[in-house]
Design a protein around this ligand. Sequence first.
Ligand code: ADP
Ligand code: 5GP
Length: 198
Amino acid sequence: MNTGFVLVLSGPSGAGKDTVINELLKRDDKTVVSVSMTTRKPRPGEIDGVNYYFVTREEFEEKIRNDEMLEYAQYGDNYYGTPKAPVKAWTDEGMTVILEIEVQGASKIKEQQPDVCTMFLMPPSFHALKTRLEGRNTETEAEITQRLSIARKEIMMATDYDYIIVNDRLDAAVENILEVIYRHRRHLRERASEETVE
Ligand code: ADP
Ligand code: 5GP
């Protein structure tokens, strides 16, 4: 019985998506994360093929033309997108596949596949978001300003998601997400067994 599914996790830059995902991967061995493709430059410590596939604009546009992307969007001055093939392979194997993507990509996926589970990670306040982004120390001041301005628009989209999870205390946020994952698997298992009976 296959309980594989796609879990979309969005939220403003600095909300804690990477931090939360790292915890989920440690705590649930049926969860994997899709590696996105981007035209932005790697941050110090980021590894090609692990954090992202870092490509040029030309390479990205070729993948779009060849229909190799499940979804993609422009964020800031760059393209970001999800390669199609690995997501299909993993869900076929029964895995929960997390897509850490921004709001435009999330709404495209939900339109194509209404069965995906979508989740918005919300910072406890705008002030906390700013402090986290500044504390991460990976963007210039101008990039932080751009990300905070995008965040204001993204937060207004939160009610379009199936779940809103507040990332105040990290442990509590991770527990809440795991609870949703387990519930969704139960739902898929029950639905599959009903279909077998019919
Ligand atoms: P995102 O992936 O959403 O851009 P990150 O996971 O990089 O965000 O987190 C941004 C910063 O906030 C990091 O420095 C991280 O350590 C910190 N952070 C994440 N979650 C929490 C939390 N619950 N409380 C305090 N700081 C957090
Ligand atoms: P960052 O530059 O901080 O790694 O990511 C910037 C934004 O791009 C984040 O909101 C992140 O969720 C989003 N993002 C990362 N990968 C993808 C992707 O494959 N598709 C889409 N649509 N957004 C992505």
